[in-house]
Design a protein around this ligand. Structure first.
Ligand code: UD1
Length: 462
């Protein structure tokens, strides 16, 4: 048995882009994505800081799992029901993209989608909206599995550095597909998909999910080694298995997919709670010397954060499907060192929020970003609010304890935007956060949930 597969390299080509000619050496290695332009970018949040947050908050379904599962649903040979789908902008865009493909999608009641993909009539997803979200790239795997070919705009999403898709392409090529890029559109095509051994060069959530989806109907067995282990990878695998697939090992670094020619579907599946949304509220409790019980989460998924919160001096009490976090009025947060890593390490998507927390911990803390190469853009906004942070490359050094003061700041991306709301909650005076469309890509009923915990926050439409 081979332990890795020879990968055909993508050809060096000269591509015509508009009037010009762009030399492309490895088209999938170096493309920086577009920032998200969806939603009303003129709206803002007004936060008056100083309130202690307390009470219960219920976590919504995982956005990133929903993106994978909605895409995976597009390869099914029958209808299915998906529950606990979050009502956030990225998912609503994804639903529109799937409808454009020809899928019939109906919202049954709050959070439940009835999906019939059997009416899909195209392998092309080349509308502008495809470029506005990152998760649309899972449609490459799904349409490849369904039609043996797919064409899709290079995806967008949060802009925190170069976001290559070479590992996705390496996987598709290993399965027997030809891959090319023309005018910003990725084409993948195979006469027949055949199971293979694929060793990922980097631990990539997206590549793991995309290859897993593509391999579901391939002939034979596909083995993904050095696979990512994030909770939403397990969720996509569980969804596929519920619909008739044979995926084993998701949640470990070796995933085995034995091809199933027909995926009958006909079942219902409920999406896991959002680990990142849950983590954001857990940190808000410690930040505001509050007392929040975060409900409908999976405590195991929160362990990397729970451990750090305890190290910083916050109290964390786990229940079966809830976690209570609190910090008493007379207690202080302690400085700490964080390193973001693939799961089960500390999630990069909680990095900006944790940095805000470290701003309140008296003393020197470090934040090491190991996943993305440009995820400290929000630091300038925090500095404007009085934070003492030196960020260079992958490292930010935070001298905590300086009081934060309200200012007009920008949501640079989804999670950095949530971090700005946190900074506003802790700051003296009023903070205005602009470009909140980025926050609303991933936080369901953010303002309502925060208000119910006692935050002074409102949404201003211009
Ligand atoms: C997903 C999440 C994102 C999160 C990230 C890491 C979705 C929609 N987005 O993004 O919120 O921040 O996981 O937990 O689920 N890489 C390559 N080649 C590739 C693919 C990735 O070199 O083909 C590199 C990336 O540059 C990055 C690292 O691998 O440094 C991790 O990226 P990946 O796990 O793929 O992130 P996404 O799936 O895009």
């Amino acid at each position: 048995m081979k332990t890795s597969t020879a990968i055909k390299s993508v050809q060096v080509t000269d591509k015509k882009i508009g009037e010009g000619v762009l030399k492309v050496h490895h088209p999938f290695m170096s493309l920086t994505d577009l920032s998200d332009e969806g939603g009303n970018s003129m709206a803002s949040y007004i936060v008056r800081g100083g309130n202690r947050l307390a009470g219960d908050v219920t976590v919504s379904g995982s956005k990133n799992a929903a993106l994978g599962i909605l895409s995976a649903a597009m390869l099914l040979d029958g209808a299915c029901k998906i529950e606990n789908v979050p009502d956030v902008a990225d998912i609503n865009v994804m639903i529109e993209i799937c409808k454009d493909l020809g899928a019939k999608i109906k919202r049954d009641n709050e959070g439940t989608l009835l999906i019939d993909p059997t009416s899909i009539n195209t392998h092309e997803a080349i509308e502008d909206k495809v470029r506005s979200i990152r998760g649309s790239y899972y449609l490459l795997g799904a349409l490849l599995a369904r039609f043996g070919k797919a064409s899709l705009y290079m995806p967008g999403g949060c802009n925190f550095g170069t976001r290559p898709v070479d590992q996705h392409m390496k996987g598709f090529e290993a399965l027997g597909a030809e891959v090319s890029l023309e005018h910003g559109i990725i084409h993948v095509e195979a006469d027949k998909l055949l199971g293979e051994h694929i060793f990922l060069d980097v631990v990539s959530v997206g590549a793991t999910i995309n290859i897993m989806i593509a391999a579901v109907k391939a002939e034979g067995t596909t083995v993904i080694e050095n696979a990512a282990r994030e909770p939403h990878i397990v969720d996509v695998a569980n969804f596929l298995n519920t619909m008739g697939a044979n995926v084993r090992g998701a949640g470990t670094d070796v995933i085995r997919i034995t091809g199933t020619p027909v995926m009958p579907a006909g079942s219902s599946y409920s999406i896991i709670p959002d680990q990142i949304e849950a983590g954001t509220y857990m940190m808000m409790a410690a930040l505001t010397h509050g007392d929040i019980t975060v409900r409908n989460l999976i405590p195991k998924h929160m362990e990397p954060l729970s451990a750090k919160l305890e190290e910083m001096g916050a109290h964390v009490e786990s229940g079966d499907d809830s976690i209570r976090v609190w910090l008493d009025e007379n207690e202080h947060l302690k400085p700490a060192s964080f390193k973001t890593m693939p799961y089960p390490g500390f999630p990069t998507d909680l990095q900006p929020q944790a940095t805000v927390l470290l701003c309140l911990a008296e003393g020197s803390s470090k934040m090491m970003e190991n996943v993305w190469d440009n995820r400290f853009q929000y630091v300038d906004d925090l500095k404007m609010m009085g934070a003492d942070i030196m960020a260079s490359g992958k490292l930010a050094v935070i001298q905590g304890g300086n009081p934060l003061t309200g200012a007009k700041v920008t949501a640079r991306d989804l999670r950095a935007g949530a971090a700005m709301v946190m900074a506003g909650l802790a700051a003296e005076g009023v903070t205005e956060i602009v470009e909140i469309n980025k926050i609303e890509r991933g936080y369901e009923r953010f303002v309502n949930k925060l208000q119910s915990l006692g935050a002074d926050i409102s949404r201003l439409d211009r």
